[in-house]
Design a protein around this ligand. Structure first.
Ligand code: NAD
Ligand code: DAU
Length: 348
């Protein structure tokens, strides 16, 4: 198996690469990543010298480069994670999302069709997507594989467009594709522009904890290593042409997640009870902020036996420990451009 993983230097991608490199010594695994602000090879320091692993720096929006890579490498499988992934950045600058998420995905699909033409047997193109393509839920109900698409941010619209392209290439060209749509991930190596690592970093540094609106929006949190395990299972045992929803069965209001982080970190940092909660600051809401996400992952459980690890508090506590033990990583990724981003996003 010659396997291409795109976006492997990012948050989820690095967990997928690590899992695959360790579990499948007989595979030849290529990690293709452009190393944008969100990509960091330090995320993969523990596997970088493994004989079944190779890193290639490259941009999926570069059509000629992608075409040549597929012709040279003759991949058998693709797990596609490379994307612009942060909703707030998609609001202030949607163009990069359309380029990477839509055009970049189309380039990969075209290259796969060309390289696998006449021999699709045993090949697999796995597209990693998000639950945000389904839009926003009211107080009840859950997203599932049959939910109609209703994306509402430039990020989710670009991911929805890429999902549609992937399915169209299956129906039109017979490309053996699989799609999964997953809920919010948390865990180690998460870039601190996203809620959980940003709040951990700010509590650590006694900075204001920005909560959008009233903090009542709900997300379904899944441990990133559970997502990587689901991707492994679906890549190897899922059915071509199928979609699988992946979720944590773990809905939390944002304000409750922030308060739980404050409590856990006050204990760990030897601060008095309630000290970090004083840092909570309600800020202007995200435009078009989706109210609630929740995934019904019954199909994945019934067909492939996957279930999330629990409980959330224990895994969140482990996650905090990782950030506290990896100060250099945190300092590195929050230097330079991060400061400019933070200034623009939060000090408007
Ligand atoms: P991330 O932003 O942490 O990582 C994205 C990676 O893609 C980075 O390493 C970056 O360098 C790379 N990349 C970006 N543009 C590229 C380009 N043009 N060419 C090559 N590489 C490029 O993202 P993440 O949170 O790890 O998400 C990974 C995938 O999972 C995305 O497709 C995202 O939509 C999806 N997803 C994320 C979540 C979540 O909670 N984070 C949930 C469901 C689905
Ligand atoms: O649902 C899956 C999606 O989850 C992925 O597809 C995206 O790539 C990923 O970024 C994530 O999107 P969200 O917008 O849900 O995640 P984020 O961490 O940005 O925000 C989580 C919630 O917290 C959301 O309701 C907005 C809120 N929030 C976020 C930030 C960054 C705040 O209140 N304050 C903040 O500073």
């Amino acid at each position: 198996m010659k396997l291409l993983i795109t976006g492997g230097a990012g948050f989820i991608g690095s967990h997928v690469v690590r899992r695959m490199v360790k579990a499948y010594g007989q595979y030849s695994i290529v990690n293709l990543d452009a190393l944008t602000y969100a990509g960091n090879l330090a995320n993969l320091a523990d596997v970088q010298d493994e004989p079944n692993y190779r890193f290639v720096k490259g941009d999926i929006t570069d059509k000629a480069f992608i075409r040549q890579l597929f012709l040279d490498e003759q991949f058998d499988g693709v797990i596609h994670l490379a994307a612009e992934s942060h909703v707030d950045r998609s609001i202030s600058g949607p163009d990069a999302f359309i380029q990477t998420n839509v055009v970049g995905t189309a380039n990969l699909l075209n290259a796969a069709v060309e390289s696998w033409k006449g021999n699709m047997e045993g090949k697999r193109f796995y597209h990693v997507s998000t639950d945000e393509v389904f839009g926003s839920l009211g107080e009840t109900g859950m997203f599932s594989e049959t939910t109609a698409y209703d994306p509402r941010s430039p990020y989710s619209a670009s991911k929805a467009a890429s999902d549609h392209l992937v399915r169209a290439y299956h129906h039109t060209y017979g490309l053996p594709v699989i799609i999964s749509n997953c809920s919010n991930n948390y865990g180690s190596h998460h870039f601190p522009e996203k809620l959980i690592p940003l709040i951990i970093n700010n509590i650590k540094n006694k900075r204001p904890l920005p909560v959008y609106g009233k903090g009542e929006n709900i997300r379904d949190w899944l441990w990133v290593e559970d997502h990587a395990r689901a991707i492994d299972v679906i890549f190897h045992r899922g059915c071509s042409g199928e979609t699988y929803c992946i979720g944590g069965n773990n809905e939390w209001k944002n304000i409750d997640v922030v308060k739980l982080l404050c409590k856990l970190m006050d204990d760990k940092l030897g601060r008095s009870a309630g000290e970090s909660e004083q840092l909570i600051t309600y800020v202007t809401d995200r435009p078009g902020h989706d109210a609630r996400y929740a995934i019904d992952a019954t199909k994945l459980k019934n067909e492939l036996g996957w279930e999330p690890t629990q409980p959330f508090e224990t895994l969140l506590s482990q996650t905090i420990d990782w950030y506290l033990a990896n100060e250099t990583w945190l300092d590195q990724v929050t230097s330079g451009n991060y400061r400019n981003y933070y200034e623009q996003q939060y000090n408007r």
